[in-house]
Design a protein around this ligand. Sequence first.
Ligand code: PAF
Length: 284
Amino acid sequence: MQLVSTKDELRHHLDAVRMAGRSVGFVPTMGALHEGHLSLVGAATADCDVVVLSIFVNPLQFGADEDLESYPRPRQRDLELAETAGVDVVFTPSPQEMYPGSVFTAVHVAALTSTMEGAARPTHFDGVCTVVTKLFNLVGPCHAYFGEKDYQQLAVVGRMVADLDQPVTVVGCPIVREPDGLALSSRNVHLSGEQREAAGVLHRALRAGATMIAVGEHDGEAVAAHMAEIIGDEPLARLDYATVVDAATLEPLRALARDAEIRLLVAAAFGSTRLLDNVGVTVP
Ligand code: PAF
């Protein structure tokens, strides 16, 4: 596995890979790797000749009162996991390498970003889209792998790539879960034992919502209210949102039409740790 920390080195290395006729798979991460990230690496190694994983905790996507400083950074362990998973190149730029001066240019996706995470974290998606665009510019034409756990991010990045004709094929990969259903997240390490147990409520609420639809509920607001009630009943959870949206447009839905592809999404804080989860449903 090759370690690369400068933009020039990454660009030249991957240009040479493509010149040799080999395809590139890209897994962008902020590190603190877990099985969810490794499943993205697995998908990339199955599809592509050379797999690049970036580790960069992007300051642009954190609000002033968010967890940039405390975001976990177990660098040595990340490198060991990446190597074992079959990553060929790890890109670990410093903040100075990525942002050598003030940033006057941002990528703003006007659709899909005003609700849910965009409402809770107003500067978040501009930060994500700006860094992902920079990373795509450095990596070059590739398949890029994103987890469905950050479903809104996946939709926003897909839209950005389409609107800007970025030479990237975005691949969404399924959520990896703990045995009790908790979605894997780098932030789970911050949960206390009690909070960890309580966090299982997110997946329970989503399952209950999906079951309501499976047995014939066609009112999206009723499903959202039921999920909110389940999370609200957990004393350690502070609900942010529970919603039922169109899987493509992310518009909240009241009437759930037969065969519609919809997504149930929830977010809640456990102490200072904010967690997200979602499931996809086809309305029967
Ligand atoms: O999903 C993440 O870890 C980040 O938002 C990403 C895509 C690596 C951009 O910093």
